[in-house]
Ligand binder design. Structure first.
Ligand code: KIV
Ligand code: ZN
Length: 408
C-alpha cells in the first residue's frame, strides 16, 4: 500500500465522525467487565467496574456486557448500577445460562436501562453435550429455544450464543442458530470458546451460516474469539470478511486463559485497513491508550512492552535507519498515527542502534546547540554509554553534554 493510501485510511474524518457514506458498521461488544473479569487476577469491585464502564461509554462501544448477574450479589449489583447509570447511552447486557433463574436475574439487573440486552448461552459441541451437559441434541435445541423465549418476555434485544460453536458440527450449529432466531434472538454470537479455530475455518463457519440458515438476515452475526493459539484477532477479522457485524472483545485482550480478542487491535486493524475491510466502528480511537492504562491500573495487570497499539514500544523507534526515516516522513515506518490511538507523539528511543539524526534532534529538543566538533564528541560518548545501557534517557544526554562542554 502506498504512503498516500495509508495516510488516507488514517485520516480522522474517516473514523468517528465522517466515515464515507454507505460503508458498513461493525458493532463493538465489550466484555471486559464479564469475560475479561473472569481472568485470574482481574476481578473488579463495583466502583472499579463503574469507572471502566464510564470509559467504555466515552470510547463509543456499542454494547457493554457488564457481568453475569446470577454469579454473585456483587456481579448483580454492578450490572444493575451500570444499567442505571449508562443505560441511556449505550446498550447494557447481562449474561445468563439457558435457565429460568439465570435469565430472570439478568432481566432484573438490566431492567432500568433504556438500551438493554440479555445474552443467553448454551453449549452445542459434542464434547460439551456429552461431558458437561449430558444432553442430547434435541434437548439442547429445546432449552436454547426456551431460554431465548423467556428472555424475550422482558427484553427485545436478545443475544444467543451456542457455546463452543467453533467445535460444533456445522449441520447442528445451523439448526440451533435457525431455531434461536425463530424464538426471538436478534444477535447470534458464534463463540470460539477454547480458541481452537483458524481464520480460514472460522470464516467458513460464518459463510456456512449465511448460506444455510434461511432466517439468518434477521439477526446480526457476532464473533467471540479466545486467544489460546494467539489467533483471536485474526479469527474475528476473518469473520468480518464473511459478514459478521459484531465483534466481542476486551480491552488489552484480558479474559479466560490466554484472553479474548483485544479491542484496540480489532478497532485499529479495521480502521487502518479500511481499504481491505470496508467497514468501520464507532470507536473514538484517540481514547484507546487511556482506557488501556485504566484497565491496567484497575486489574493490576500491565500489558507487555511490545503489545500492538497500546504497548510502550508500539510507536517507539530505536534503530537509526528507522529513526532517520521517521524524522523525514512518518509513514516510512508507521502505519498508524500515534495520536490516533492516544499517544502524544512518536517516541524515538535513544539506544545503541540510534543514529546522528535522531540524536541531533534530541540534543536540540533539550535546548542545546553544539558545534560540529562538540557534537561528534558527545555522540561518541552517547554510543559508548548506549552499549552499556538498554535505553539512554534525556537526563543521561544532558549529563554527557555537561561533561563535555560544561554546564550551560
Ligand atoms: O467463550 C464463550 O463461549 C463465552 C460465552 C459465554 C459467550 O464467553
Ligand atoms: Zn468467552
Amino acid at each position: 500500500m502506498s504512503a498516500e493510501s495509508t495516510a488516507e485510511s488514517n485520516s480522522a474524518e474517516d473514523n468517528v465522525a465522517g466515515e464515507p457514506a454507505g460503508s458498513d458498521v461493525v458493532r463493538i461488544f465489550d466484555t471486559t467487565l464479564r469475560d475479561g473479569e473472569q481472568s485470574p487476577g482481574c476481578s473488579m469491585n463495583t466502583a472499579e467496574k463503574l469507572e471502566v464502564a464510564k470509559a467504555l461509554v466515552d470510547l463509543g462501544v456499542d454494547v457493554i456486557e457488564a457481568g453475569f448477574p446470577i454469579a454473585s450479589p456483587g456481579d448483580f449489583e454492578a450490572v444493575q448500577k451500570i444499567a442505571q447509570k449508562f443505560g441511556d447511552q449505550t446498550t447494557i447486557c447481562g449474561l445468563a445460562r439457558c435457565r429460568p433463574e439465570d435469565i430472570d436475574r439478568a432481566a432484573e439487573a438490566v431492567r432500568d436501562a433504556e438500551l438493554k440486552r440479555i445474552h443467553v448461552f448454551l453449549a452445542t459441541s459434542a464434547i460439551h453435550r456429552e461431558f458437561k451437559l449430558k444432553m442430547d441434541k434435541d434437548e439442547i435445541v429445546r432449552r436454547a429455544v426456551e431460554g431465548v423465549q423467556r428472555a424475550k418476555e422482558s427484553c427485545e434485544d436478545i443475544e444467543f450464543s451456542p457455546e463452543d460453536a467453533a467445535r460444533t458440527e456445522l449441520d447442528f450449529l445451523c439448526e440451533v442458530v435457525e431455531k434461536a432466531i425463530d424464538a426471538g434472538a436478534t444477535t447470534v454470537n458464534i463463540p470460539d470458546t477454547v480458541g481452537y479455530a483458524t481464520p480460514a475455518q472460522y470464516r467458513q463457519v460464518i459463510e456456512t451460516l449465511r448460506q444455510r440458515v434461511p432466517n439468518i438476515e434477521r439477526a446480526i452475526i457476532s464473533t467471540h474469539c479466545h486467544n489460546d493459539l494467539g489467533l483471536a484477532v485474526a479469527n474475528s477479522l476473518a469473520a468480518v470478511e464473511a459478514g459478521a457485524r459484531q465483534i466481542e472483545c476486551t480491552v488489552n485482550g484480558i479474559g479466560e486463559r490466554a484472553g479474548n480478542a483485544a479491542l484496540e487491535e480489532i478497532v485499529m486493524a479495521i480502521r487502518t485497513r479500511f481499504d481491505h475491510y470496508g467497514v468501520r466502528t464507532n470507536i473514538d480511537t484517540p481514547k484507546l491508550c487511556s482506557i488501556s492504562r485504566l484497565v491496567c491500573t484497575v486489574t493490576g495487570q500491565s500489558v507487555q512492552r511490545n503489545k500492538a497499539i497500546v504497548g510502550r514500544n508500539a510507536f517507539a523507534h530505536e534503530a537509526g535507519i528507522h529513526q532517520h526515516g521517521i524524522l523525514q516522513e512518518r509513514s516510512t515506518y508507521e502505519i498508524m498515527r500515534a495520536e490516533d490511538v492516544g499517544y502524544v507523539g512518536t517516541n524515538l528511543v535513544l539506544g545503541k542502534h540510534s543514529g546522528r539524526h535522531a540524536f541531533r534532534d534530541r540534543v536540540a529538543a533539550l535546548g542545546h546547540s553544539l558545534d560540529p566538533g562538540a557534537f561528534e564528541q558527545v555522540f561518541a560518548d552517547f554510543i559508548t554509554l548506549a552499549d552499556k545501557k538498554k535505553e539512554v534517557y534525556d537526563s543521561d544526554i544532558v549529563a554527557l553534554i555537561e561533561d563535555r562542554i560544561g554546564v550551560v
